[in-house]
Design a protein around this ligand. Structure first.
Ligand code: KIV
Length: 272
């Protein structure tokens, strides 16, 4: 029996809320292109994040700052084309929502209209309150992101663990509660102490998804290139590598080069 897209039960923001309620953990990975998204979605992931980490892993930039709204829409369109089941969340890139709530709404609408993504993600709390409100008022689901927010890396100065001090931890809790009150459907917490992340997950009713935030939250997200071992030199403590695809690719390419040089490839069956 063939499976039609309409037969597949799609993950919605409401289902994520129900998963939190029944204590089922949410799985989330990044993807930026059609082929990778097809594999991840087929494997049964709940949420695909078209992260602005595309700036790092796809374009080789040192930070997420250079990626543009047009780039994000290109990546998101490729992912949406592949996905049958997962909820697709798209990062609004740096400089496309912080200036004014009007600009934020315009950026979010472009993402939804042009890529077909299902929700957007923004970094920050109180300082972007108006932008979050405005996007939500248009009926666009918003995922928040607190803790280590890579779009602010030049303010932080380093990629070390955030909110270790009382004042920063309290601001994070206040921001998390504000984002929930505003109507965000979920929150990402990046690289903060696990006890703080667990406390936030307990105090909020919306799902809290962690990266480097311990196991006491409602789900986990990783950058797919990191967990598959495609990126080789990024080794933070929170990262678990599930494969060495980078190593396998190197071996396969070396094998191919050898076969081409020795005229082993193509053989008689591989030509016309
Ligand atoms: O851009 C991204 O990949 C992210 C995740 C690390 C949460 O924001």
């Amino acid at each position: 029996m063939s499976v039609h897209k309409s037969d597949i039960k799609k993950v919605t923001t409401h289902q994520l809320a129900a998963m939190k309620e029944r204590g089922e953990k949410i799985s989330m990975l990044t993807a930026y292109d059609y082929s990778m998204a097809k594999i991840i979605d087929g494997a049964g992931i709940d949420v695909i994040l078209v992260g602005d980490s595309a700036s790092n892993v796809m374009a080789g930039n040192e930070t997420t700052l250079p990626i543009t709204l047009d780039h994000m829409i290109y990546h998101a369109t490729s992912v949406v084309n592949a996905v049958d089941r997962a909820l697709v969340v798209v990062d609004i890139p740096f400089g496309s929502y912080q200036g004014s709530s009007t600009e934020a709404l315009r950026s979010a609408i472009r993402i939804m209209k042009e890529s077909g993504g299902h929700a957007v993600k923004v970094e920050g709390g109180k300082e972007i309150e108006d932008s979050v409100k405005r996007i939500l008022s248009a009926g666009i689901p918003v995922m928040g992101h607190l803790g280590l927010t890579p779009q602010s890396i030049y303010k932080f100065g380093t990629y070390t663990v955030r909110a270790k001090e009382e004042a920063e931890a309290q601001k994070l809790i206040d921001d998390a509660k504000l984002l929930e009150e505003l109507g965000c459907f979920a929150l990402v917490l990046e690289k903060i102490p696990s006890a703080l992340a667990e406390r936030v997950a307990k105090e909020l009713t919306i799902p809290v998804i962690g990266i480097g935030a311990g196991s006491g939250v409602d789900g986990q997200v990783l950058v797919v290139h990191d967990m598959l071992g495609i990126t080789q030199d990024f080794k933070p403590r929170f990262l678990r590598r599930y494969a060495n695809i980078g190593g396998m690719m190197t071996e396969a390419v070396q094998h191919y080069i050898q076969d081409v040089k020795s005229v082993d490839f193509p053989n008689e069956k591989e030509q016309y």
